[in-house]
Design a protein around this ligand. Structure first.
Ligand SMILES: *Cc1c(COP(=O)(O)O)cnc(C)c1O
Length: 466
């Protein structure tokens, strides 16, 4: 497909430099609904709207760049997991996006909350989350973090190392409490995703290996200690997973260990956690499952496996993070500069630079993650041009959206929105280049609320006490 009238350009096939999965849009203004939260649309002037507000209005109120979360949407995703996984525990993975409001929303919708540092625990407690519904993760929990968690009375701690077990015994004795523990195991499953977000193959830092025998030893050590209360095995195989096969193999290996432990000790552990990592749609190539489809698949897998092993189905839990927070928010940027760069073969690429970048979304640089974008402040009649959305940082890899078709007339002052920016964007944001971190605002029924305010240069200077 060729547009010979791209404004001011050489006219090569606009798609020639695009990745195979990215189709030239028939309407460059159109939204692909599954990438956006449920209250997002475009109005007659082509402006992006969310729950009764325009992107232009939001930008005037809170500035750019900003993360804009659709409260109804995030709550609905939490509720869908709770409903689909009836009888299971569903723990929202706070590391994907955590602030007091989000902690309240997910727990009000019936979920528990996973944290993996003392900082995340402090936010959960400040939000008033019932400590009994909090789980503490982490491969290197400090004595201070373990002490805070035990003092607060968190419902479960997911143990990740022998050193941690030693620490738990000591601190449990000091505080005279009996910690409730799960054992994080590695199942040898390599989820089909980017290497850095596959966490259950063996050569990495998390958990105790089943194949190497360390998992069984850790279970026995905890079981045999009078002060420690062992409730079950925990497995998390990675993130952005679309394929149930990975969960099937992981559940089989985990349940085999569960059954073997029952045989050796006479104790069937009461719980089992299968982790999170359910994939979401960042671009048109992603087709996620619904919570109900996931629940049906996981229930079928676990029921069959427990029957085959002759054990009862333990109380099950999962830990979805991005599948709740990810699609619920978009990032809103303002375009500052646009450059047309000529590529080999006569094609060209628009480099659209926005007022943010790798400091507010590191995933593209870190994991080669793919994103999408749309012009958010107006309709354009210009043809689609292959574009790359880049940030303002001093780094060639400072890319927000590697490949997207945007209107060829996009220019300074236009607003650009990037969907699926709810997870691992604000939570991984940095101050690289001393860029203050953007605010997180929520929108509901035409009302905007600041959840996390914009950082200021004064905030940054306040840390610089030398
Ligand atoms: C990161 C993580 C999750 C959540 O992963 P998502 O991809 O956000 O669903 C769940 N459990 C554990 C242990 C994790 O580390």
């Amino acid at each position: 497909m060729s547009h010979t009238h791209v404004a001011g350009s050489i006219h090569a096939d606009v798609a020639s430099a695009a990745p195979h999965w990215l189709a030239v849009p028939t309407d460059v203004n159109a939204l692909l609904p599954r990438l956006w939260s449920r209250n997002v649309a475009k109005n007659d002037s082509g402006e992006l709207t969310i729950a009764g507000l325009t992107a232009t209005g939001i930008a005037e109120r809170v500035g750019t760049c900003a993360y804009v979360v659709d409260e109804d949407d995030l709550r609905a995703r939490a509720r869908e997991f709770a409903d689909a996984f009836t009888g299971w525990g569903v723990y929202y993975a706070g590391k994907s996006l955590l602030c007091k409001a989000v902690a309240r929303w997910v727990t009000e919708e019936g979920l528990g909350l996973d944290v993996c540092t003392g900082g995340e625990l402090a936010v959960a407690l400040a939000a008033g989350v019932d400590p009994e519904r909090i789980g503490l993760h982490g491969n290197n929990k400090s004595s201070e973090e373990i002490t805070s968690a035990l003092r607060a009375g968190v419902g479960r701690i997911i143990v990740d190392s022998d050193d941690e077990i030693t620490r738990l015994i000591k601190i449990g004795e000091e505080l005279d409490v009996e910690p409730t523990l799960m054992v994080r195991v590695t199942t040898g499953v390599e989820a089909h995703t980017h290497e850095y977000i596959s966490t259950a193959h063996e050569d990495q830092k998390f958990g105790f290996s089943i194949a190497g025998g360390q998992a069984e030893a850790a279970l026995r050590r905890i079981h045999d200690h009078p002060r420690l209360r062992l409730v079950g095995i925990h497995s998390h195989i990675g993130s952005q997973i679309f394929d149930a096969d990975g969960f099937e193999v992981a559940a089989r290996r985990t349940l085999r260990l569960h059954a073997q432990f029952a045989q050796e000790t006479g104790v069937e552990l009461p719980e089992l956690d299968l982790g999170g990592g359910f994939g979401i749609a960042y671009t048109s190539q992603d087709t996620p499952s619904t919570p109900q489809q996931l629940a049906d698949a996981l229930n079928r897998i676990v029921t069959a496996e427990c029957a085959a092993l002759g054990v009862q189905v333990p109380h099950l839990s999962i830990e979805p993070g991005r599948s709740i927070s990810g699609p619920a928010a978009f990032a809103l940027y303002r375009v500052g500069t646009v450059k047309r760069v000529l590529l080999d073969g006569g094609a060209s690429r628009l480099y659209v630079a926005v007022d943010g970048g790798m400091s507010d979304n590191i995933r593209t640089a870190l994991y080669a993650a793919e994103y999408s974008a749309t012009l958010a402040s107006r309709r354009s009649d210009a043809p689609p041009a292959l574009a790359r959305v880049v940030g303002k940082h001093c780094e060639g890899g400072d890319i927000v959206v590697r490949d997207e078709f945007l209107p060829a007339d996009i220019g300074p002052g236009d607003l650009l929105a990037v969907p699926a920016a709810g997870a691992y964007s604000r939570s991984m944001a940095s101050n690289y280049n001393h860029v203050p971190r953007p605010p997180m605002v929520s929108v509901k029924d035409g009302t905007i609320t600041t959840l996390i305010r914009r950082e200021t240069i004064d905030d940054l200077l306040a840390l610089d006490v030398g």
